[in-house]
Design a protein around this ligand. Structure first.
Ligand SMILES: [Zn+2]
Length: 313
């Protein structure tokens, strides 16, 4: 049985394999956020660059203080001294945001393919397998439904550790189906973006079209009266920032996140002008009207629940 987003095209079929061995609409109950988080962590194995480094103590990238790891973990991987927000994986995000045991994953059976036979330092097909093994994710997004303080929501998260969180065909298709289900079921929609890259060059134009596809689904969701809260985290860049992440009825950002389209070095080299202080940070964007509110990770759950109530969701 196959379910495709309404806006999916023939091309999308080439890229998105819908493993039809599963029953129903392809949903899979993850059996609780804690299990989902620990399962992903177990599958991840040794982590190279991203995330909270191993060890009993951490050096904070924000203030340089030495922090007891457990203390930071207890407050959702935030520095107790300066409020610096460490990277958290998509599964950890789900665990932090949704009520325990309520997450039901949607479209877990979508798997990326390699329609262009692309290769950079290594073939894209091999890269996908390596990234899947390393992160425990099928691609750079997790989507599904769950409860936030007993309010049902549709929820999507991108993960910057999977090919920079770039929006390949699977990410675009999963997000589009998420939005469409939220529209049909009249659910509030939360998407948390952590994408250092927008388009995924390995999939060429098939990746680029995802921006328009997700945005079109969001336009229909908005027309139907839905409430979309977009949460920008470090980093939210490229085509993700240029499409769905900026289209929230409300746009929240975590403190001191890097948010923009092209990176500051590229812009500086192109326009040859000194960039303003704090350029492309959450705080700068709040000042200039691109972000509605800066919300600490520790307050995010309560804040979203409050907005849903306020908007009559
Ligand atoms: Zn700190």
């Amino acid at each position: 049985m196959e379910r495709r987003s309404k806006s999916g095209t023939a091309e999308a079929d080439v890229v998105v394999q819908d493993g039809s061995g599963r029953t129903g609409d392809g949903s899979r109950r993850a059996g609780g956020t804690d299990r989902a988080a620990s399962g992903a962590a177990a599958a991840r194995g040794p982590r190279a660059k991203r995330g909270v480094p191993e060890g009993l103590w951490l050096k904070c990238d924000g203030c340089g203080a030495t922090i007891y790891r457990k203390e930071a973990e207890e407050i959702l991987n935030v520095c107790p001294q300066c409020g610096y927000h460490w990277y958290v994986s998509a599964a950890q995000r789900i665990g932090q945001l949704l009520d325990t045991g309520t997450f039901e994953e949607w479209d877990a059976n979508l798997r990326p393919t390699d329609p262009l036979g692309f290769r950079d330092k290594k073939p894209y097909a091999e890269r996908i397998v390596a990234e899947q093994k390393r992160t425990g994710l099928a691609d750079a997004a997790l989507t599904g439904t769950g409860m936030i303080r007993a309010r049902r929501v549709a929820c999507g998260v991108t993960d910057s550790s999977f090919i920079m969180g770039s929006m390949g065909s699977v990410v675009g298709e999963r997000l589009t189906r998420l939005v469409e289900r939220a529209t049909e079921s009249r659910l509030p929609l939360i998407i948390i973006s952590a994408s250092g890259g927008g388009a995924r060059m390995h999939e060429g134009i098939l990746s680029l079209m995802q921006m328009a596809k997700v945005s079109a689904a969001l336009a229909r969701y908005s027309k139907a009266g839905g409430l979309f809260i977009s949460v920008l985290t470090n980093p939210t860049m490229g085509g993700v920032a240029a499409s769905f992440a900026s289209l929230g009825d409300l746009v929240f950002a975590e403190p001191r996140a890097l948010i923009g389209f092209a990176g500051p070095r590229t812009i500086k080299a192109t326009i040859r002008v000194e960039l303003p202080k704090g350029f492309q940070t959450s705080e700068f964007l709040l000042e200039h009207g691109f972000v509605d509110r800066i919300v600490s990770r520790r307050d995010l759950k309560s804040e979203i629940a409050r907005v849903i109530d306020y908007c009559g969701g």
